[in-house]
Design a protein around this ligand. Structure first.
Ligand code: MSP
Length: 694
């Protein structure tokens, strides 16, 4: 079997910044390529940028610069991202490269000479966004069925590739090669498409409408349709390039694509290859879409997720791991912060990072940092740990070849979790306390270290940087295929320095959490202020006007007073009945202790207390403020701020000892008066100096 592997990504349009959808395909290509290398393959990976066509011309025009200057600048956005993502590509192709342009023109000329290209007058619905024509019946509500954009009716002479000639051959090829299009349901989708009669493919655009493209070699008034130009990148980029064993890199093992470019690859590209006698790639694999928290990402709505902030904040390997682990190839996957943090914390920080740290620490403490030997006959737990590690090594290649990378990541973590379980069972920290168990301790630590080493080796293609650092902690380098055997770890070798490989991520606060935190802070601040302020400031005294007086139905000595507080009316139970007639009270302005905690007095809720003082003969004398004050007037003690609590217990009031002093209601040398008006003090006639106010 050939041990050569060539993987491609789509070439990306340089009309905007890359998002996680682009990052995903490129990371996926890098990961499968590294896995193949790990399994001993000669590998080659190509990615690049799609730099011609209307989309690019439009952006350049909008930026008021030459398209070439635009693409020279924007392709770097991709190159820089790939370098940040540690993508090990072998070739980055740009469709504006001279070699690519020459290759496309050669191929066009050959097809033209063979009679595979002809010219005809063509009319159809043209979508600028998709850069292609649609048949009337393909439109949805009169719009382009893919991007839902407006279409224009265009009539013009154009060049056509005889795609329809290859329809039967293509169907047969797909039927004969069941894993050519992956996953299977995408193959069925293509076969479904091929049930309708295939039309020929328009491969030119008149220069009068679009100048930014590769000129047709046989007609200088036309440029090449961008897809015809772009698809050829897969072969033009490796023209003449050989693998280490001398065989040519082409054919590709995998074209990795997103589901939206299935037809262009499985129908246009395949028939183009048939017409050009190019050997078919082995597989075209379409993955699903990354959604932003379940919804389609779009640049226009600002929902396209930029991978850079995630890498900057949490590290490139956390990001790579998440992409590979969370998308099952073929299906859509949702990117959201919670999932990302969970994956990082559960798998990487807790399971792998902690597991490795425990093993490292135990070897350092109990064996002076030297990998110990197996000193006892392996028991069932050791046999189990070795077995599970071996099983994953054995299935590695198969899972990679089936592109089941999420499954593979999950399986490798089975080893990691088994190590953690084994450590819990064996508790080396306890074994270390018993000199007679020294041999058992030695065996346990060797087994744990070896299993973790294998897991790190197998994770290297996904998290290259961290896996290598982890291996260094165990005192070994990443050895590729050499390291894929149980028992490669050498007893007697020295471990490396310890470190927290994957620090736990503390998720940043959401907007709601921020608001809640701010509210809590304010609340605490207020509470603190309340604690520091004078207790009198917390009491609320207001002028109230008595509107109605009636008897309490259930208490002989109580009146029910209805009072007006300016902006509200309240009912108060008052013990004035034995001292005042209702007519003496009605219409009178009194002082109300307004924030006294409400209480039910004999079945009726009372909301405050009217202030009175003790007369010399035991009578109760109402405190009567200046009757010109308005109902609701706020009162104040001295210059103490008025910051009343919402409700105050009667005890708080009693503690303050209000008395009559110098003819005024006073407390601790502060006279009671109208707020901010020291002239309007609360006088109390007919009461002796020092009388208690209550
Ligand atoms: N230039 C063409 C491809 C030509 S290949 C010969 C193109 N470029 S693109 O920049 O628009 O898209 C590149 C790839 O990104 C496509 O595979 C597309 O499916 C993929 N993605 C775009 N949005 C995506 C997601 N939200 N999720 C995953 N991949 C997505 O098409």
């Amino acid at each position: 079997m050939s041990k050569n592997f060539y993987v491609t990504t789509p070439i990306y349009y340089v009309n905007d910044a890359p998002h996680i959808g682009h990052a995903y395909t490129t990371v996926l290509a890098d990961v499968v390529s590294r896995y193949h290398a790990l399994c001993g393959y000669n590998t080659y990976m190509q990615t690049g940028t799609d730099e011609h066509g209307q989309k690019i011309q439009q952006v350049a025009t909008a930026r008021k610069i030459d398209p070439k200057a635009h693409v020279d600048e924007y392709n770097l956005r991709f190159k820089n991202l790939w370098s940040k993502l540690e993508i090990n590509y072998d070739n980055f192709i740009r469709t504006t490269n001279k070699d690519h342009i020459a290759y496309v023109q050669d191929r066009l000329q050959q097809l033209f000479d063979k009679g595979e290209i002809y010219t005809k007058e063509y009319s159809g619905w043209y979508s600028v966004g998709e850069e292609r024509f649609f048949a009337e019946e393909e439109l949805v509500n009169g719009k382009d069925p893919i991007s839902n954009r407006d279409v224009d009716w265009i009539s013009e002479k154009n060049y056509f590739f005889k795609m329809s000639n290859y329809q039967d051959r293509l169907i047969k090829y797909i039927d004969d090669n069941p894993d050519f299009i992956m996953p299977n349901f995408r193959k069925n989708e293509v076969l479904g498409f091929l049930r309708q009669e295939l039309t020929d493919l328009c491969i030119s655009r008149p220069k009068s409408r679009l100048a930014w493209g590769i000129p047709l070699p046989f007609d200088q008034d036309y440029v090449t349709y961008v897809w015809f130009d772009a698809l050829l990148n897969y072969i033009s980029g490796v023209d003449g390039v050989k693998h280490a064993d001398g065989s040519s890199v082409w054919p590709a093992t995998y074209h990795l694509i997103g589901k939206d470019i299935l037809t262009t690859h499985c129908v246009y590209w395949t028939t183009m290859m048939m017409a050009m006698d190019i050997e078919m790639p082995k597989h075209i694999l379409a993955h699903g879409w990354w959604l932003n928290d379940g919804a389609k990402m779009s640049k226009s709505s600002g929902t396209a997720i930029n991978p850079i902030p995630y890498m900057d904040a949490y590290g490139v390997d956390n990001f790579r791991y998440f992409l590979i682990r969370d998308m099952v190839i073929g299906q859509d996957a949702s990117f959201c912060d919670d999932n990302f943090f969970q994956r990082s914390n559960n798998d990487l920080a807790n399971d792998l990072g902690n597991g490795l740290n425990r093993v490292h620490k135990q070897i350092l403490t109990h064996f002076n940092g030297i990998i110990p030997e197996i000193k006892t006959i392996p028991g069932s737990e050791e046999i189990e740990l070795e077995k599970i590690s071996q099983e994953i090594i054995d299935e590695l290649l198969e899972l990679i070849q089936q592109m089941r990378l999420s499954q593979l990541a999950e399986d490798i973590f089975k080893i990691v979790r088994s190590v953690n379980k084994y450590l819990e069972q064996k508790a080396p920290w306890k074994l270390a306390k018993d000199e007679n168990k020294r041999d058992e301790l030695s065996t346990v630590l060797y087994y744990s270290a070896e299993a973790i080493r294998l897991a790190l080796t197998m994770l290297e293609p996904i998290i290259p940087g961290k896996a290598r650092e982890g291996l260094k902690m165990l005192g070994v380098e990443f050895e590729g295929a050499e390291g894929l055997h149980w028992g490669s770890l050498k007893p007697g070798s020295k471990i490396g320095e310890g470190q927290a490989l994957f620090p736990r991520i503390i998720p940043p606060e959401t907007e709601e959490e921020k608001v809640a935190k701010e509210a809590l802070k304010n609340c605490q601040k207020l509470k603190k202020q309340q604690q520091n302020i004078h207790p009198l400031s917390k009491l609320d005294f207001k002028v109230a006007e008595i509107l109605e007086v009636c008897e309490h139905p259930d208490a002989d000595s109580l009146y029910l007073l209805k009072v007006n507080l300016g902006d509200e009316e309240r009912t108060i139970c008052s013990g004035l009945k034995n001292h005042y007639q209702p007519e003496d009270l009605k219409g009178l302005k009194v002082v109300l202790f307004a924030n006294l905690k409400s209480s039910k007095i004999r079945g009726i809720e009372s909301h405050g207390m009217v202030l009175a003082a003790d007369g010399d003969n035991g009578e109760v004398i109402l405190i009567k403020p200046d009757q010109s004050l308005k109902a609701g007037q706020q009162l104040q003690f001295g210059e103490l701020p008025v910051v009343p609590k919402s409700q105050v217990k009667i005890k708080e009031f009693q503690k303050q000892f209000l008395v009559l002093k110098g003819g005024f209601v006073n407390c601790q040398d502060f006279d009671l008066h109208a707020l901010d008006n020291l002239d309007k003090k609360i006088i109390c006639d007919g009461v002796s100096e020092g009388a208690k106010v209550h």
